[in-house]
Design a protein around this ligand. Structure first.
Ligand SMILES: [Zn+2]
Length: 334
């Protein structure tokens, strides 16, 4: 009978779709969502599915800009134990990202935000207030706890897994020089930025455009390529009660409306990545990362491989090309 066949097919599809989750379920987390490349174990299906969708959108991006397959991933909410992380790695998920439910933080922020808006603009009507609040909360979710932030942090994990596997297997506190991985800070940050959703990416580009036009805050390219991450040495934003050992816990991809130097660094990183992707050959960021991981300096790499990758062969010429490209795209610098 036809309907029986359909029911059997539906059942088969469900069983197949649940294979990853069935193998790694963690009892204290009610929801598990999975995609072709990994799983997200979380407190509710909506959050887990949102993060799977964002990371799955990032997988082909990783393969195109870094020229390597993205490792299988698992995202685990609410303070995973070392044993849980080890279990996921043993089950075939080398990129394990501890994550948090940012809902309570966002709710707390909304309350404070409304109070401060009412104090500073007393005659604002409810509709205007809601609009300001909604925009700010979107910005906050993009940076803390939301799917785009998860994709950003997964990008860092993939990057360190693929290009610095010794580092990813070891204790990152042993290498204090760099912010996320042993790579140059600009490249490390780019490895997160290119996985953010378009709305977040465009916010960064608009920030770049403003700073570029003002003639302030955007570092000359040679300085940018050598600079330390502005947040280096500060404690990364972690939720209260987050584990401090056994796993890397990061939920912030950059403070919302935060320090000027930090937002400028992210903005320039996003736009410099756009430049390399537009001007270089596909996978150019992966070629650069491979060279950096061998200890080659960026200038040495440019001299040896820049031309083959569609880029100039020295730093001065690269800077000229960058200035021209940025001026064409964002107007004359201020
Ligand atoms: Zn980052």
């Amino acid at each position: 009978m036809k309907w029986l066949g359909l029911a059997a097919m539906a059942l088969a599809a469900t069983a197949e779709a649940g294979v990853r989750c069935d193998a790694v379920r963690i009892d204290r987390l009610a929801a598990c969502a999975e995609g072709p490349g990994g799983v997200v174990l979380g407190p509710d299906a909506a959050q887990a599915e949102g993060i799977v969708a964002a990371i799955e959108a990032g997988r082909p991006v990783f393969e195109s800009v870094f020229g390597q397959p993205a490792p299988a991933y698992a995202v685990v909410f609410d303070n995973p134990t070392g044993a849980e992380i080890a279990g996921l790695k043993a089950a075939g998920y080398p990129a394990v990202l501890p994550w948090v439910d940012a809902g309570p933080l966002v709710a707390q922020f909304e309350q404070k935000l409304r109070e401060s808006i009412r104090a500073s603009i007393p005659n604002l009507d409810k509709q205007q207030e809601d609009k300001i609040v909604a925009d700010k909360l979107d910005e906050l979710r993009a940076n803390i706890g939301g799917p785009s932030a998860a994709a950003h942090e997964m990008g860092h994990l993939w990057f360190s897994r693929v290009f610095w596997s010794d580092f990813a297997d070891g204790d990152e506190t042993e290498i204090p020089k760099h912010y996320g991985s042993p790579g140059p800070d600009w490249l490390d940050e780019v490895s997160g930025l290119v996985f953010e959703n378009e709305a977040t990416a465009d916010t960064r580009r608009m920030r770049f455009r403003d700073l570029w036009a003002e003639g302030q805050g955007i570092a000359p390219l040679p300085d940018f390529l050598a600079m330390a991450h502005p947040e280096q040495g500060k404690t990364r934003e972690t939720p209260p009660g987050a584990p401090t050992s056994g796993s890397r816990v990061v939920i912030a991809a950059g403070p919302p409306g935060g320090a000027r130097a930090t937002s400028a660094f992210y903005a320039e990183g996003r736009v410099f990545a756009d430049f390399l992707i537009a001007e270089g050959k596909p996978g150019v960021l992966g070629v650069i990362a491979t060279a950096m991981a061998k200890g080659t300096s960026f200038d040495e790499w440019l001299a040896a491989e820049g031309a083959a990758q569609g880029l100039p062969a020295d730093a001065a010429a690269l800077n000229r090309r960058w200035m021209e490209w940025a001026t064409t795209t964002y107007g004359a610098p201020g």
